[in-house]
Ligand binder design. Sequence first.
Ligand SMILES: NC(=O)c1ccc[n+]([C@@H]2O[C@H](COP(=O)([O-])OP(=O)(O)OC[C@H]3O[C@@H](n4cnc5c(N)ncnc54)[C@H](OP(=O)(O)O)[C@@H]3O)[C@@H](O)[C@H]2O)c1
Length: 295
Amino acid sequence: MTTHSPAPVTVVGLGAMGTALARAFLAAGHPTTVWNRSPGRAQPLRTAGAAVAPDLFTAVTASPLVIVCLLDTPAVDAVLVGAGDALRGSTIVNLTSSTPEDARLVGAWAAAAGARYLDGAIMVTTPMVGTPDALVLYSGDADAFTEHRDTLAALGGEVELLGDDPGLAAVHDIGMLDVFFTGMTAFLHAAALVGADGVPARAFLPLARRMLALLDSTFEQLARDVDAGEFPGDEDTLAMELVAIEHIVDASRARNVDPPLTEAMRDLVRTAVDAGHGKDGFSRVVTVLQGAPAR
Ligand SMILES: NC(=O)c1ccc[n+]([C@@H]2O[C@H](COP(=O)([O-])OP(=O)(O)OC[C@H]3O[C@@H](n4cnc5c(N)ncnc54)[C@H](OP(=O)(O)O)[C@@H]3O)[C@@H](O)[C@H]2O)c1
């Protein structure tokens, strides 16, 4: 039986997340080299066993796998351009949150610099990194992913490649954040609404959770309709739902609760109804969101 010692890895960027990533690699026994623009942030990791590189060149040439986790894409550009030729032959895993377009541009830059590129999106908070509950989405070079999969496993959770388009991780990231932020805003809107009548948010919470449970099965149905391009109104119709949504708008106005969120939702549904889709189900709204011509 052969045993492999944990492969070396470099982490560039030691903010809150970069530090958590470096600690996870160290905890899994990987020889870990770290570098940060402001050197002071590396000191706690030195104590934890990391090799602190004196400069970017030393950092990126210390390991075949270079993890980059910085504030934003301009910071990534600055660091990668600064490293230049030193990255030739390396695999870059960029875990900086970005748009799909930026991820593809950085991927093209990496390819031109002779590096293999994986883009990643970290979908959890820093304490979850390295635990079974971690979720990091990857897309990009499949060979590089296979080669470094065991090292990336140190970050925790399932380690899956979404596809070879480097923009795919960011596409899924943005989709998940869309659900998250829209959901949070919806809950806050509801909390303001019921709060205006003296109902504390915590008292309302159990009923809000009932809707969360309902959303679980509803998402499945919506996904089926969206993919099929069919929007049956067997169980619900947009005409009926428009009336319910109008109630939210009216009740919000009556309580001076800012109504644009519900008005936007109402307008989407109304556009579909006005285009003759009142007997379709709620999934029909996707065609309005897609800007498809009303059929
Ligand atoms: N924190 C989280 O819970 C979390 C969760 C999911 C995803 N993420 C993502 O992880 C990434 C990093 O987040 P973070 O929380 O670690 O941010 P952070 O604590 O603000 O750290 C930002 C890092 O970027 C570096 N940086 C900024 N501008 C730079 C530049 N022009 N050149 C070189 N380095 C530069 C900073 O270096 P200095 O120390 O020199 O300023 C620092 O290392 C972001 O894309 C974020 O969206 C974070």
